[in-house]
Design a protein around this ligand. Structure first.
Ligand code: HIF
Length: 372
């Protein structure tokens, strides 16, 4: 099948990219070259340019479904308490420790490996997007939104256009929630993002637990997440509202090295890099180093790279080189992957913790990767 051939080639490209990243210097052009070769071969052979995506297994999530799942969660927690003391003994509150969160991390990482049939061979990118969309609703003025609540389980937030396709990520994490019912959905979704970044060869992402789930009354209004069709001013408005500065916005943007756009979700189509399941600074390198032109198609306005026509940029991505201030930071990260990793780790932690009222002295965990 065309789609599975292209997926396998992506995985080959991913493997080719992996060792080079470990001993990273300042250039991964050889990585790019081999990944590009594999990718091109795939496109030619497959007769389609780039898709590996399948239609999502089920459509939008309904409130009912998620309320149902929530009830299962509560039931499981009750079961857990019964098994661990029961009603007769004074119920001892279960206080999860580092090892318990590491066990959840390991379970997610194992599932990532087992379910490599999805998209380009990994649920990682869509899990990162879930963690970001859960967090990116934050408004620093009102203190509303953010990752504390996991309100995307409910309509109307689950049906917001920007969240299309994230049902795949939420469903992927359901068996993990069932196995570890003590973890809140809000902590689990962020842990899913942390685990995915680390397992996709990104930097360590320090993690703090303590988010509490909320009900649909805390759903944020539509329109808090960025509109990909707009430019620098819009991107600034959205991220300034969360409390980020220009350097931090550009450091975050490197996450678009991961994953792809899907016509069935956003209307846009294609990946940003040749190795969409490995985090590198390739997003910045390609943004600066490739020639970009409008794609001629009957979809929304997006760019394609002139050379291979297999990669894409959104109008909002292009803002990072159209705007002079943004562009200077893009140049820094394109030249130095270690600097990108350092700044990316710091800023994604900030994003994932927006609006979470951690008690003082909340412990910070740094998880071991599955292969460590
Ligand atoms: Fe994305 N992003 N994002 N994004 N994003 C998409 C996919 C991913 C924007 C738009 C889109 C960030 C910022 C912005 C990821 C991670 C991050 C898609 C495609 C769109 C349209 C969805 C689909 O069709 O399935 C815009 C306009 C942003 C402001 C510049 C963050 C910095 C880059 C904050 C970020 O971390 C990831 C990962 C994906 C891939 C998801 C997938 O399913 O593969």
């Amino acid at each position: 099948m065309a789609s599975s051939a292209s997926r396998q080639l992506f995985r080959a490209a991913t493997r080719a990219a992996a060792p080079a990243r470990r001993g990273f210097t300042n250039s991964s052009s050889s990585v790019n070259a081999s990944a590009r070769a594999a990718f091109r071969q795939g496109s030619a052979g497959a007769g389609r340019r780039y898709y590996s995506s399948e239609a999502p297994k089920s459509g939008g999530s309904s409130t009912l479904l998620w309320v149902g799942v929530g009830a299962v969660g509560v039931g499981a927690a009750a079961y857990y308490l019964t098994q661990n003391g029961g009603a007769a003994a004074a119920p001892k509150a279960f206080k999860p420790e580092f090892k318990d969160y590491q066990a959840v991390y390991n379970e997610i990482a194992k599932r990532l490996q087992e379910h490599d049939e999805y998209d380009d061979g990994s649920y990682g990118p869509v899990l990162v997007r879930l963690a970001w969309h859960a967090s990116g609703t934050y408004d620093k003025e009102s203190g509303t939104g953010g990752s504390n609540g996991a309100t995307m389980r409910f309509a109307p937030e689950s049906n917001h256009g920007a969240n299309a396709g994230l049902i795949n990520a939420r469903n992927f994490l359901e068996p993990v929630k069932a196995k570890f019912p003590w973890i809140s959905y809000s902590d689990l979704w962020i842990l899913g993002g942390v685990c995915s970044i680390q397992e996709m060869m990104g930097p360590k992402i320090p993690y703090r637990a303590g988010r509490a789930d909320r009900d649909f009354n805390s759903c944020t209004p539509d329109g808090r997440l960025p509109d990909a069709a707009q430019g620098a001013q819009h991107v600034r408005n959205i991220f300034y509202r969360m409390g980020f500065n220009d350097q931090e916005i550009v450091a975050l943007a490197g996450a678009h090295a991961l994953g792809r756009c899907h016509t069935q979700n956003s209307g846009f189509d294609g990946p940003w890099t040749f190795s969409p399941t490995v985090l590198t600074n390739d997003y910045y390198k390609l943004l600066l180093g490739s020639k970009w032109q409008w794609r001629k198609w009957d979809g929304p306005k997006q760019y394609e790279d002139k050379e291979t026509k297999t990669l894409m940029m959104l109008p909002a991505d292009m803002a990072f080189i159209e705007d002079k201030t943004f562009k200077q930071t893009v140049e820094k990260y394109a030249a130095d992957n270690d600097l990108f990793f350092k700044d990316f780790s710091a800023v994604i932690v900030k994003l994932f913790e927006l609006g979470v009222p951690f008690p003082e002295k909340t412990e910070t965990f740094v998880f071991k990767n599955l292969d460590e």
